[in-house]
Design a protein around this ligand. Structure first.
Ligand SMILES: Cc1cc2nc3c(=O)[nH]c(=O)nc-3n(C[C@H](O)[C@H](O)[C@H](O)COP(=O)(O)OP(=O)(O)OC[C@H]3O[C@@H](n4cnc5c(N)ncnc54)[C@H](O)[C@@H]3O)c2cc1C
Length: 499
């Protein structure tokens, strides 16, 4: 049965014939609209016409088909956990699909061909994937630092963390996807089936379809981790050691790094790793030096294993050149390590400091430009201007772990190594947020002036089509072709502001 959904605000919807079961899942109440008009960034607002709460995947198929077949198609944005920075999951005057109202579940299986894998609803949070797979002694291999993000949200970008150098980003660890295209077609895709859609969607910023299921690679889960941080005074030596660590076989499971300076102390909302005394020691060195660099590594192990884990680590660390006396070790459960940011989030939430503006800048920097980046950005801008306490991340990854057929873009350079930078600012208020945003733009300009060919990760500062074309580089024409094929009416993920 068809019904006319009669909205109170937008006449373009009033003539839309929607099946009754779809119309009744569209909400225009102030709470739904307010949530869908805002995100983690707290910098940007865009009001949708309605919010859609699907119960099934076919509800979304009907919704997208209704838009696609309409003479005046409306925009549709899948919203995962809304942890974007400025409106990427919003749809001005369109419909926001609250993916988390689905319950696609998490199912662990095994096949001769794939080994262990999990079929996971696109709306699921990574923390729930972790908990469910651990019940089977298994876990995904590639993570983000924070686990309260959805499968669909991170696979639309890349999904990176300290494991990326070893396993590639999360998009490199997917066997298969179910996707609803911008025409409302439900398609299963993989490397061997509808492969163009598969590669397009992974890192595709939501432009080609809505992910409703992902088949994710699993491996045996460890139970514990050795978690170690080392301090460096010299950026060149710090990055050489990082690159050495990601080059050795059978070495570490996780390699990251960060910048510590007076205004950006050793403990921050990413984790309270250091004890009070150790933190004082590191912060005091940072005050003296102006800026120091913190290498962060992890080695997984099993509590019942006979493997001599400490000796193994000592063997790896003997080749490193961190400052003598500045190595700090912890031994924690695998879950506590992976879920480390949540612990800090809850503390900040109690103090009212989590729901504040987050003018983040995430970049991929070619290896050839990383030393200059340190001088011109970390030292000359971040340290001198001291506008926020960060945290500020810097760690290397390997090009060979990324699949160039996917939409995600990384720096164009022959070197296998490139760096990820995360300037994860929190601002006290909107005014501060704007000041930090201006600093981010200055950083982008400085990189352009000195010729560092960066790529924005979680891109948010492109305002023209030319900038997007430059961002995708050689991939742009394929990106455009895929858009014309899978979302010809430009319905999906308008908040990315590409088309
Ligand atoms: C505290 C914090 C820590 C973070 N740490 C990391 C990190 O370590 N590594 C990392 O890589 N990223 C990290 N991020 C960034 C994060 O991965 C992205 O912002 C991601 O998009 C957020 O997921 P979400 O579910 O909130 O997506 P949303 O913000 O809801 O959506 C993001 C984009 O994906 C689209 N989308 C959402 N669901 C789907 C779907 N099912 N199908 C198709 N498109 C969809 C949306 O339309 C939108 O364009 C972090 C973010 C936060 C807030």
């Amino acid at each position: 049965m068809l019904t006319k959904f009669t909205p109170w605000r937008n006449t373009s919807f009033s003539s839309l014939p929607l099946p009754l079961e779809i119309a009744t899942k569209l909400y225009v109440d102030s709470t739904s609209i307010k949530t869908a008009s805002s995100d983690f960034g707290k910098l940007f607002q865009e009001t949708p016409f309605a919010v859609f709460y699907p119960s099934t995947v076919s509800d979304i198929v009907h919704l997208v088909k209704s838009s696609y077949t309409s003479s005046s198609p409306f925009k549709i944005a899948a919203r995962g956990h809304g942890h974007s920075i400025d409106g990427q999951a919003m749809a001005k005057d369109g419909v926001v699909v609250e993916m988390t109202s689905l319950s696609g579940g998490i199912k662990v299986s095994w096949s001769d061909y794939l080994g262990f894998y999990a079929d996971v609803g696109g709306e699921q949070l990574w923390i729930d994937v972790l908990r469910t797979t651990l019940d089977h002694g298994l876990a995904p291999v590639s993570w983000t630092d924070y686990l309260y993000l959805t499968i669909g949200g991170t696979l639309s970008n890349a999904g990176i963390s300290g494991q990326t150098f070893l396993h590639g980003p999360q998009i490199s660890n997917v066997h298969e996807l179910d996707v609803i295209t911008g025409k409302g077609d439900f398609m299963t895709c993989s490397k061997n089936m509808n492969s163009e859609l598969f590669y397009g969607v992974l890192g595709g910023l939501g432009q080609f379809g809505i992910i409703t299921r992902a088949r994710i690679v699993l491996d045996k889960a460890p139970t514990r981790v050795k978690w170690v941080r080392m301090i460096y005074e010299d950026f060149d030596i710090f990055t050489k050691d990082q690159e050495h660590l990601i080059s050795i076989n059978h070495g570490l499971n996780y390699v990251e790094g960060s910048i510590i300076m007076k205004k950006s102390p050793a403990n921050n909302w990413r984790s309270s790793f250091f004890s009070i005394l150790d933190e004082e020691k590191v912060n005091s060195l940072a005050s003296t030096c102006g800026v120091v660099y913190c290498l962060e590594v992890v080695k997984y192990y099993d509590e019942f294993s006979v493997q001599p884990i400490n000796e193994e680590l000592d063997d790896i660390f003997k080749d490193l050149s961190f400052k003598t006396g500045f190595i700090f070790k912890k031994d924690v459960s695998y879950v506590d390590f992976l879920n480390r940011v949540r612990i800090e989030e809850l503390k900040l939430q109690c103090k009212g400091l989590w729901d504040v503006p987050h003018p983040w800048l995430n970049l991929f920097v070619p290896k050839s430009g990383i030393l200059e980046f340190n001088q011109h950005v970390f030292v000359d801008i971040i340290q001198k201007e001291a506008k926020s306490s960060g945290p500020f991340l810097v760690y290397p990854m390997k090009r060979t772990r990324w699949d160039d057929r996917m939409s995600a873009t990384i720096p164009d350079e022959d070197e296998d190594v490139f760096y990820t930078i995360g300037l994860l600012h929190s601002a006290r208020n909107t005014e501060d947020g704007k000041i930090i945003d201006d600093q981010n733009k200055k950083i982008l300009n400085v990189c352009a002036e000195i010729g560092i060919e960066i790529k924005q990760y979680l891109p948010r500062y492109y305002t023209t089509k030319e900038e997007w074309i430059k961002h995708f580089g050689a991939k742009w024409s394929l990106f455009e072709e895929r858009k014309a094929k899978y979302d010809p009416k430009l319905i999906l993920s308008p908040g990315q502001r590409i088309f």
